[in-house]
Design a protein around this ligand. Sequence first.
Ligand code: P61
Length: 438
Amino acid sequence: MTTVAQRKKALQQAGYNTFLLKSEDVYIDLLTDSGTSAMSDRQWAGMMLGDEAYAGSANFYHLEQVVRDIYGYKHMIPTHQGRGAENILSKVLIKKGDIIPGNMYFTTTRLHQELAGGRFEDIIINEAHDPENEFPFKGNVNLEKLEALIKKHGAKKIPYVSIATSVNMAGGQPISMKNLKDVRALTNKYGIRIIHDMTRVAENAYFIQQREKGYDKKSIASIVKEICSYTDGATMSAKKDALVNIGGFLAVNDWDVFEEARNMVVIYEGLHTYGGLAGRDMEAMAIGIGESVNDDHIKARIGQVIYLGEKMIEYEIPIVKPIGGHGIFVDAKKFLPHIPQDAFPAQTLAAEVYLDSGIRTMERGIVSAGRKANGENYYPKLELVRFTIPRRVYTQAHMDVIAESTQRVFEKRDRIKGMEMVYEPKYLRFFQAKFRKL
Ligand code: P61
């Protein structure tokens, strides 16, 4: 617990960027659900089984088997985390001038596509860009948009379609099985791969189970496996669904792609049987993947997120609807309508929530969107503050404290002023940018 005066000072020192706050100055940490979940007793026991051989660790073979059994992908290369896999995949598959269609951008994913010479094109349905639209599958692809892109550029210019489950930047919104199958049929017609960002695939599976016809009796495990079966490979940040503090992988079915990626991993991550991880990390990941598809776990995890979202709705706080899988996304444009997007409403709101109670959240708006290759700012339609819930960490009482703090800030919203950016790093600026109050 800190005082308002302490938090004011901490915020100033952090340049009003919650990424630059010290953890010890934070009371409830909703910055991210990445690497912040609690490992289980079984995972900790697995840590003691680390086989720290440089080559051919037993934990690697365990992880490889789990990826085959649970997800169905044939070949797996461990990486230190998700972006390590994105780097290798982008370098292997993307050529200069290529187009990568995807169901909404993600910061690191798009940057690696661009650094490899490609250009990202958004093909998500329009509903995803509207916080109030309650369509149940806002992660869906607009098939006409996708086909128009293929016709315009030609299939040769499209190395793969990038499909995320539980679309992060849209608010943790799911793609439906039906839509994914349609994307598979369309890409098959043109001979284009689908690469799956499977970071939160189990959470997506839960929404399919709850909302899609024919899936209410199916297990999360079987839905997850079916999702993966419509894709040709995947990048995984195991720090989310898979309940580890560090880890990730690249998985592919195609031997040629695997061979090239396996060669590349030794340049950037480490030997192909550890990919920048300790043996014990791979063991914890293998066990965590198994836990992530447990029906009771997922129900409790998303149930807690929904509990917080419903509290926020009760307090009339504008949030993205339907409530997503990994957090509550507050609509900063609606919360602070008097602050123009250039004065960073979401960045401002995240700072105000921290000042009120020591709760740390994250900006997901214009700062996160960054700049285009020509230097112009992206102006995303969504200007959000993400209240991300780590798994197996907080209690329902914490959720009450979070909603009450947000309500207090909501009551004084008219008096809140925007900010200007005083330091802007070149890549992924949101991590390290600094601001000043206007
Ligand atoms: C997060 F502010 N996510 O949500 P890595 N794909 C997807 C992710 O959610 C993801 C990665 C790939 C984070 C951490 C983070 O702009 C940010 O293991 C759907 O983090 O390398 C990560 O996986 C990358 C926070 C990343 C950010 C980028 O909090």
